[in-house]
Design a protein around this ligand. Structure first.
Ligand SMILES: Cc1ncc(COP(=O)(O)O)c(C=O)c1O
Length: 371
């Protein structure tokens, strides 16, 4: 993707805060190892910069697709554990093995096919995924799990490096489903004669909200909380201080004084009710600043300014309290003086969760890093 290096819209990522969040959440998890979840361009923060910055601290990385894992192998590390948590086509087992990328085993069928696709001398490392109640991917049936383990043990081309599960509801005050999944995971672990090196279930929510480590889980897969955000969307009190990592700013590129009755942007959905100063910002829905943000706010020097008219593909318009010159900095997410717009505020306006907000900011927006 072409990066907008010559446009004043930018994301500033505070890597120091990010690492501090990672340490805090890891310590709270009670797990020996921390895996940084850096899929989806490190939740919009930049996979290269985030992964390199936390490299000395983490045991490994978790991603969603094989290409992300291959990127980490070629650009970041030859030695760390790199796990693809999604299902990779079993025909690509050889490519993963050659690059020492661990794949997820979701079923017996999958591992049988993966073995067929390994060549002489190749070893594929895998983490077996147990579906304990998320019902997305993984093995539900303990007999199938036993068969998978036996099948792998009978082969000299596959190494079980981990076993894991994923929680559907670790971010809620109602822990019924969560506790059920924990019990199911412990039952699945009983099927193993010897546990693999990595046993992992904690995502950010489980790491933060669950005070009790089950004594066997030894790795935490930390995503959203490393990026300074509450996994529960405010539903559960966060018992530690997460620091902001993400700021989005732009600059005014044109200023106009409208007369009463003038209309703004596609569909003419906003009409000036008096003489009004408005300004254009070079950011739009193609960057992840979506149309639902019409009617929301940004921050200029002396407070909030409303986003008026439809958000376009590459631009949007704000209403100013008075004239500001071209080049004035505008904060779309972040702090200015005493005022603040958070990712959660944007999520509320977009009627979604903080995860989606940050992932939607694509690579067209340039990123700057505060180390
Ligand atoms: C399997 C799995 N583990 C861990 C994570 C990280 O979750 P979080 O960002 O809530 O920490 C995800 C994220 O979606 C995931 O899919």
């Amino acid at each position: 993707m072409v990066v907008g290096k010559n446009r004043p819209t930018k994301i500033t990522v505070n890597l120091r805060n990010l690492l501090s969040n990672l340490r805090a959440v890891h310590e709270r998890s009670g797990c020996e190892h921390a895996f940084a979840v850096v899929k989806a361009n490190a939740y919009g923060h930049g996979i290269y910069e985030v992964s390199s910055y936390v490299r000395e601290y983490v045991e490994g990385y978790c991603v969603a697709i094989l290409d992300e894992a291959l990127f980490l192998r070629s650009e970041i590390t030859e030695s760390h554990e790199v796990l693809v948590m999604g299902i990779v086509d079993a025909k690509l087992a050889s490519l993963a093995a050659r690059n020492n990328v661990s794949l997820t085993v979701p079923s017996l069928d999958w591992i049988e096919l993966a073995l067929e696709n390994l060549s002489e001398g190749e070893t594929l490392s895998v983490h077996i995924k147990v579906d304990t109640g998320m019902n997305r991917i993984g093995i539900r049936d303990l007999d199938e799990l036993r068969e998978v383990i036996n099948f792998i043990e009978a082969s000299d081309k596959i190494e079980i490096r981990g076993v894991f599960t994923h929680f559907a509801k670790a971010d809620s005050l109602d822990v019924t489903h969560y506790e059920m999944q924990k019990r199911n995971f412990l039952a699945a672990l009983d099927v193993f004669e010897d546990l693999p090196k990595y046993v992992h279930s904690n995502n950010s929510a489980a790491a933060i909200f669950d005070d009790e480590n089950d004594g066997v889980t030894n790795a935490a897969r930390i995503g959203i909380a490393m990026y300074g955000l509450d996994p529960s969307n405010g539903d559960v009190p966060v018992p530690l201080k997460l620091k902001d990592t993400f700021t989005l700013t732009s600059e005014i590129v044109q200023v106009k004084e409208l007369a009463k009755g003038d209309k703004i942007s596609y569909g003419c959905t906003y009409e000036a009710t008096e003489n009004e100063w408005v300004a254009t910002l070079p950011i739009g829905y193609a960057d992840g600043w979506i149309r639902k943000l019409q009617g929301g706010s940004v921050l200029i020097a002396d407070g909030f300014a409303e986003i008026v008219g439809r958000v376009c593909m590459d631009q949007c318009v704000i209403k100013l309290p008075h004239f500001y010159p071209v080049g004035t900095t505008v904060t779309l997410i972040g702090t200015k003086g005493n005022a603040r717009i958070t990712v959660d505020d944007i999520a509320a306006r977009e009627e979604t969760i903080n995860y989606e907000v940050i992932c939607l900011f694509n690579e067209r927006i340039q990123r700057e890093y505060f180390r």
